[in-house]
Design a protein around this ligand. Structure first.
Ligand SMILES: [Zn+2]
Length: 401
């Protein structure tokens, strides 16, 4: 049996006045996703337990069939895994965004999608300024970087799982004053966030950015801290060998931790300009070698974070045309197969951020009887008798286990 999971990140949304009361999924032209719905079933799943934050980390963990109540231990450790950073039992990974904050307002949680080279230069300066040898900034891609704290057995834990922090993409256009970390170890994180203002203020990278009319990276924003989760291998859990196609570190780390291979597409960006067609081709080719192929596309989420309805629709339509359609065609060559299209969580244009709540899924393929629901969207999923309030139970159902 061949399985394909296609994740248009954050594509679920609410009806929009600007779209005549339709959601982006309803407003978009989605012949391939509607074909999946028509040939199979549509339902709804909730991947984020109410007490956990509606991040892609929690939601995708559930989507892959792992109960986040049991396994979620922070976002940054997943990204550390993606970068091949080994975390010991006393080590903590902390996500480090380069952000632009002006007059205490989060102007840009990406610091203008700062380049990787610029981020490296800023974090090299930050590392020079650190006085605690247990701390190290580790550059990643663009504004997405890490801080690692190396603990020791004979030291008290620096943080706890209750140490709270705020994702900077939840703060766009809002005051950051009430959003600083709180709880055990938060004083250290707040200190670093404040110190970085001084480190970066007159940095040549920022001087050049301002001269070019770009937003400066005013400081680091620390969040998403955690320790490495102990995830059982997907193959041991479900008996199939998986591969992940994504441009996002979080998803790469999750895939690595469940024992999947990774396919990297040089022209996939994790943004609106990603190479949809290359991802579709990679998924089609991967079906020759793997039982379970997952394609994750970040673009609808990014469009939502900017509040751009048109770009969100366009991103979902590109996924439909360049990924779902060719994968569907390729699957027809198999005797036994199943496909699922679903995002991880809703990302709302109205608030420019992730939300709790259910997301629609469409599943078609071997032994899936059509349920008469013919389009892939939120309203159709709401009508369905197929509801997974415990979203992590969707994966075993999809795998027919
Ligand atoms: Zn997401």
């Amino acid at each position: 049996m061949k399985y394909v999971l296609i994740i248009p990140d954050g594509c679920a949304d609410q009806p929009q006045a600007s779209l005549d009361g339709r959601t982006p999924l309803q407003a978009a032209q989605l012949p391939a996703m509607d074909q999946v719905a028509r040939a199979g079933v549509v339902g709804a799943a909730n991947h984020v337990p109410p007490h956990l934050p509606p991040g892609s980390d929690v939601a995708n963990m559930s989507l892959l069939g792992y109960d986040p109540n049991q396994f979620f231990s922070g976002r940054a450790p997943l990204e550390a895994a993606a970068q091949g950073i080994e975390l010991g039992p006393n080590d903590w990974a902390i996500r480090c965004n380069l952000v632009c904050i002006q007059q205490q307002i989060m102007r840009d949680f990406t610091a203008g999608h700062i380049s990787t080279a610029e981020a490296q230069a800023l974090l090299a300066t930050a590392n020079e300024q650190l006085t605690d040898p247990r701390l190290e900034f580790i550059p990643g891609v663009s504004y997405r970087n890490l801080l690692v704290y190396r603990g020791a057995d004979d030291l008290p834990p620096p943080f706890s799982m209750e140490t709270s922090s705020t994702p900077p993409h939840d703060l766009t256009d809002h005051s950051v004053l009430d959003a600083y970390p709180a709880g055990l170890g938060s004083d250290l994180l707040c200190q670093l966030m404040n110190d970085s203002l001084t480190w970066f203020q007159d940095h040549p990278v920022n001087a050049q950015r301002v001269a070019a009319g770009k937003p400066p990276a005013t400081n680091v924003w620390l969040w998403g801290l955690g320790k490495q989760p102990n995830l059982p291998r997907f193959q041991d859990q479900f008996g199939v060998r998986g591969v992940m196609i994504t441009a996002v570190d979080l998803l790469r780390g999750l895939a690595k931790l469940v024992g999947w291979d990774l396919i990297t597409i040089p022209t996939a960006t994790g943004y609106l300009d990603t190479d949809y067609a290359a991802k579709g081709r990679a998924a089609v080719e991967a079906l020759d070698r793997y039982d379970f192929v997952t394609v994750h596309i970040e673009a609808p989420d990014e469009a939502s974070h900017q509040g751009w309805a048109d770009e969100k629709i366009k991103a979902i339509e590109e996924i439909d045309r360049h990924i779902v359609a060719p994968v569907w065609q390729r699957l027809q060559q198999e005797s036994e197969w199943r496909i699922m299209v679903t995002p991880d969580h809703p990302t709302l244009l109205s608030t420019k951020t992730h939300s709790h709540g259910v997301v629609p899924f469409a599943v078609a393929g071997s032994n899936v009887k059509p349920d008469g629901l013919n389009t892939y969207d939120e309203a159709m999923a709401e009508q369905s008798a197929l509801q997974f309030p415990r979203g992590w139970e969707l994966m075993p159902w999809f795998l027919n286990r």
